[in-house]
Design a protein. Structure first.
Length: 165
């Protein structure tokens, strides 16, 4: 019985000192509640920005997740094609530290095959919706991506809007 009481008292003392240590750690919190920001700066931080469009080489580093639960990790790239479908059980390891932030164009094991067909004066024209369409611009703000295609030699402009479920 004495051993039981000694164990209980020992636990209570440990919990007491643990509480003191935790309180001291919380009092040394490194991020102050008042950050000294002016009201205008705070308004600027929460103000909704304008839509940003990217084109050219910038499209290579855009990859927004669009796969649903159980669908594997699927990304839509800046040119409207799909990339990195993890359903193939291929883990993409990007490295440690600074190596992790190296930009690259994600590979695409998925052949999406999106295209537009135009029939004009009995003649049919087709264009694949990818980086070779002509001018391609992308605006991706999770959960929506909008990719726009245009070409002065093609009679229509196309647009893909993709969302993550």
């Amino acid at each position: 019985m004495k051993t039981l009481w000694a164990a209980v008292i020992g636990c209570v003392i440990c919990i007491f000192f643990l509480g003191i240590i935790t309180a001291q750690e919380q009092s040394r919190h490194l991020v102050p509640a008042d950050k000294g920001l002016s009201p205008n700066k705070v308004k600027g931080l929460i103000k909704q920005g304008s839509e940003q469009f990217y084109s050219g080489k910038d499209l290579d580093t855009i990859g927004m997740p669009v796969g649903g639960i159980g669908a594997g990790q699927l990304y839509i790239r800046g040119d409207g094609t799909f990339a990195l479908w993890q359903i193939f059980n291929r883990h993409v390891f990007t490295g440690y530290g600074a190596d992790c932030y190296t930009t690259y164009r994600p590979d695409s094991p998925v052949d999406s095959g999106f295209a537009v067909f135009v029939k004009k004066e009995g003649e049919t024209s087709a264009k694949i919706l990818d980086r070779d369409f002509g001018r391609v611009v992308c605006s991706a703000s999770y959960p929506l991506a909008s990719i726009r295609y245009s070409d002065s030699s093609f009679p229509i402009r196309a647009r893909i809007t993709c969302s993550s479920p």
